[in-house]
Design a protein around this ligand. Structure first.
Ligand code: CP3
Length: 333
C-alpha cells in the first residue's frame, strides 16, 4: 500500500503523507519555461508528452507522496464542445452555452476529444517516479462546473443575479454533467489514476438551503460511483460552512479542508481522514513562520488520519525553496 492509501484506507496516523494542490504550476521555473512556448493552455493539457512531463516536475524536486495529473476541471466543458479559453491575468473564459450543442455529444466524441489526457495519465503511471506513490485524477464537482458553464468565467464573490432563472437549463446540464463526469472518472482510473479528488471550488457561494440540490446530491452520486470502482475519493467543498454535515451526507473517503476552517473543530467533529488546510499565503512568508503554522496542523492531527496539503493551490509567487522546506519539515515531523 502507498502512504496515502495507508492513511485513507487503514486510517494510519503515524506519519502524514504530503502532496500539494497546484504542485505543478507557475511557481516552478521549469513549468514557466514550457508554458512560455505554449500559450494555449488547453492545447498544453492535450499534449500528452508535455502534460506528463509537467505532472512529474514536482516529484523530481520534492519528496512528495503523490502526483496530480496536469489538466484542468474545465476540460470537461471543453469535451462537451463548449468553448474554453484561458486568458492571461484574467483566468478562464467560456463561450456561449448551447444546450442543443452539448446534448449532441456522445461518449465516443467525448473520449476522443480528451484522449490525450488519458494517454498522459497512462504515461505518468508507468514512470518510475510514481512507484509506491499515488497518481491523483480529478474532476470538478457538478456545481462548480455548472457555475463556470453558466457564468462563463470565475465568479467574484457572488453569483450573477438571475443565475437560477432557467431551472430547466440547469437541470438538463446537471444530468449531462453526471453522465460525462462518471465517464471522465472511469477513463482516468482505467488509465492509471489511483485516487480521485473532486473539487467543489464554488460550494461556498450557495446558501445552506440550496446545498442539498446542487452540492450534496450530485456529489454523493459521484462519490458512490468512485467507490464502486474501488478507488479512494477525496472531496474539497471549498468554503462550505459546515464540513461535518457535508461529510455525513456525501461520505467521501477523505475531505480536504480550506484555510478558513478551524482544524481543531474539524479534528473533533469529523471522523473520516482529513487533508489540507494550511493557507497557501504562509508559503510567501518566512521559514520560521511556515514551520510554526505547518506544525500546528501536524500537532492537531497527530492522532487523526491526515494527509498534509494546503487549503487551496500553491500561489504562482511562491519560492520553490519554501515548498522544499515544507516537504522536508513534514517528512521529518
Ligand atoms: O497541479 C495541479 O493541481 C494539477 C492541475 C490542476 C490545474 N487546475 C492546472 C491549472 C488542477 C487540479 C486544477 C483544478 C482547477 N481548475 C480548479 C479547482 C481548484 C481550484 O483552484 O479551486 C479550478 C476552479 C480550475 C479552473 C481554473 N484553471 C482557473 C480559475 C484558472 C486560472 C486561475 C489560476 O489559478 O491560474 C485555471 C488555470 C490553471 N489550471 C493553471 C494551472 C497550472 C494556470 C495556468 C497558467 O496560466 O499557466
Amino acid at each position: 500500500m502507498t502512504p496515502i492509501q495507508e492513511t485513507i484506507i487503514n486510517k494510519k496516523t503515524t506519519s502524514a503523507p504530503i502532496w500539494l494542490m497546484r504542485q505543478a504550476g507557475r511557481y516552478l521555473p521549469e513549468f514557466r519555461k514550457i508554458r512560455k512556448s505554449n500559450p494555449n493552455f488547453i492545447n498544453l493539457c492535450l499534449d500528452e508528452n508535455l502534460s506528463s512531463q509537467i505532472t512529474l516536475q514536482p516529484l523530481k524536486r520534492f519528496e512528495l507522496d503523490a502526483a496530480i495529473i496536469f489538466s484542468d476541471i474545465l476540460m470537461l466543458p471543453y469535451g462537451l464542445n463548449q468553448k474554453v479559453e484561458f486568458k492571461k491575468d484574467f483566468g478562464p473564459q467560456l463561450g456561449t452555452l448551447n444546450l442543443d450543442e452539448i446534448s449532441k455529444v456522445d461518449e465516443i466524441d467525448f473520449i476522443g476529444k480528451l484522449y490525450p489526457v488519458y494517454k498522459s495519465i497512462k504515461r505518468v503511471s508507468e514512470n518510475n517516479l510514481i512507484k509506491n506513490k499515488n497518481l491523483i485524477g480529478f474532476v470538478g464537482a457538478p456545481w462548480t462546473l455548472l457555475v463556470y458553464m453558466i457564468n462563463k468565467h470565475s465568479p467574484k464573490k457572488e453569483l450573477i443575479k438571475d443565475f437560477f432563472k432557467d431551472k430547466f437549463l440547469i437541470n438538463k446540464i446537471l444530468i449531462i454533467l453526471e453522465k460525462f463526469l462518471k465517464l471522465h472518472i472511469d477513463q482516468q482510473i482505467r488509465s492509471g489514476a489511483t485516487v480521485i479528488q473532486i473539487f467543489d471550488s464554488w460550494a461556498g457561494l450557495l446558501e445552506e438551503k440550496d446545498l442539498p440540490n446542487y452540492v450534496y446530491i450530485p456529489t454523493l452520486n459521484l462519490v458512490d460511483y468512485v467507490k464502486s470502482l474501488k478507488v479512494p475519493v477525496i472531496c474539497f467543498p471549498r468554503g462550505v460552512k459546515n464540513y461535518k454535515n457535508y461529510c455525513d451526507i456525501v461520505k467521501p473517503d477523505a475531505v480536504n479542508i480550506d484555510y478558513n476552517v478551524s482544524p481543531m473543530s474539524v479534528c473533533k467533529e469529523i471522523n473520516i481522514p482529513v487533508q489540507g488546510g494550511l493557507d497557501p499565503k504562509i508559503l510567501l512568508t518566512d521559514k520560521e513562520n511556515l514551520k510554526k503554522k505547518a506544525k500546528k496542523y501536524l500537532d492537531i492531527f497527530k492522532d487523526h488520519p491526515y494527509i498534509f496539503n494546503l487549503g487551496h493551490g500553491v500561489l504562482p509567487q511562491t519560492d520553490p525553496n519554501m515548498v522544499d522546506y515544507l516537504v522536508k519539515m513534514v517528512k521529518d515531523y
